[in-house]
Write a protein that binds this ligand. Structure first.
Ligand SMILES: [Zn+2]
Length: 407
């Protein structure tokens, strides 16, 4: 049986006000969703829908469902009550605290991951890429818990699990085989972490990563906090290896702080190389004074795929952040001075895998008949307003199924 959604607001184009500024136009429509979860019909709101079971969306704006592309579902303190981070002197202390703590918390991983999944669903996310620690301390325990949690919400989201060597790939000799076991036990992507800063041997770390990735035919998503020349060299070296091994189209660099301090000319040049190798950049829009903003504008202009993630939050690394992926877009616009209608609205593409209701010229591109019926319904007049004002009460539909919050 199909479902009718009545009075859905869709963006239809743009108009120019007398003062020359742009305004997004929208109208009400009724949308019929086939039982397979795809859009079957879209008719103007002025027409009648006789279906007594139709759901009245009361003029809420439909946006493409959001994608959270960098997260750590296994680390959160959510569901445990409030805890701030313990102060540490350096990274190795932080890692030691985490190793001890995750073992203590292992019993609750499924429950904590579920709380974080629900937070994302309530915020309009229907796809999560989560990193899960695979390390000599926790081994595959967190993977099991996260897998179970995600499975319980499968009707509302899709997901990818990255086997993440948080304590390094080379420092513990059992790591390569633990990662192999993770890829045989539900992880779908191979992770990596600072081949220089953590593994202290860039070439060897990249080579072992490439060997395992090719052995299992999986994508690689590498945490690269290494900054400056070292971070840049790591990415460049990996791309040379990707070319040699004919492995293009399988890489994501998370954070990619090595891009921030390059000159704009080099950033542009390297963006072209990233684009040639079909690399995706996952950013969390860092604002710490130690970081410079990653050149997302340049990357996008050169055709590099860019996505955003909330990363870990409410955990031993960070007590802050609301957990709202739309807020990341908002912050990106804030830090890069995007305040006009078009640039606010187009920035939504950072959390929708490139899909926006209107294209840059203001022509309607989404939603179309035959596409997946995955929406976020919000109280806003247009995408630009949603990015700027972050409407609170959101309703997610994933492939025709409305998510009803348990809380
Ligand atoms: Zn991370």
């Amino acid at each position: 049986m199909s479902t009718w959604l009545r009075n859905v607001r869709l963006e239809t184009g743009e108009a120019t006000r007398e003062d020359g500024s742009l305004q997004t136009k929208s109208e009400l429509f009724h949308i019929q969703v086939a039982k397979e979860g795809v859009i079957q019909t879209i008719i103007p709101g002025s027409e009648n829908v006789s279906d007594a079971d139709a759901i009245d969306m009361e003029g809420k704006l439909a946006l493409p469902a959001f994608k959270e592309m960098h997260n750590h579902l296994d680390k959160t303190y959510l569901s445990l009550g409030w805890r701030a981070c313990r102060p540490v002197k350096n990274l190795s202390e932080r890692l030691a605290i985490e190793a001890a703590e995750l073992e203590e918390l292992a019993e609750t991983v499924e429950q904590r991951a579920s709380a974080m999944i629900e937070l994302h669903l309530n915020n309009g996310v229907n796809h999560i890429r989560t990193h899960v620690n695979i390390d000599p301390f926790i081994k595959l325990k967190n993977l099991e818990g996260v897998k179970n949690a995600l499975k319980a919400y499968e009707q509302y989201l899709t997901y990818e699990i990255v086997a993440f060597p948080q304590h390094g790939l080379l420092a513990h000799e059992e790591m390569p085989n633990l990662l192999r076991q993770a890829l045989e036990s539900g992880a779908t992507i191979l992770g990596g972490l600072d081949p220089a800063g953590i593994d202290k041997d860039i070439e060897k770390s990249l080579q072992v990563t490439m060997d395992i990735a090719k052995e299992y035919g999986v994508d690689v998503d590498m945490h690269l906090h290494d900054r400056g020349q070292v971070g840049f060299y790591t990415m460049d070296k990996w791309l040379d290896m990707v070319k040699e091994q004919n492995y293009a189209g399988n890489t994501a660099f998370s954070h990619a702080f090595g891009l921030s301090k390059l000159s704009p000319h080099l950033q542009k040049q390297f963006a072209k190389k990233l684009s040639e190798h079909d690399v995706e950049i996952m950013s969390t829009i860092p604002i710490s004074i130690n970081h410079q903003l990653i050149p997302l504008n340049i990357l996008k202009t050169e055709g590099v795929k860019v996505a955003l993630g909330c990363d870990g939050f409410y955990d031993s690394w960070s007590p802050n952040f609301s957990g709202d992926i739309l807020e990341k877009v908002h912050n990106f616009c804030d830090y890069t001075g995007k305040s006009d209608e078009r640039s606010l609205r187009q920035s939504l593409s950072l959390i929708t895998q490139g899909v926006t209701p209107l294209n840059i010229e203001g022509t309607q591109e989404w939603p179309k008949i035959g596409e997946e019926a995955s929406f976020v319904f919000v109280d806003a007049s247009c995408s630009a307003e949603a990015v700027a004002r972050l409407p609170k009460k959101r309703l997610l539909m994933h492939k025709g199924k409305l998510y009803k919050s348990k809380h």
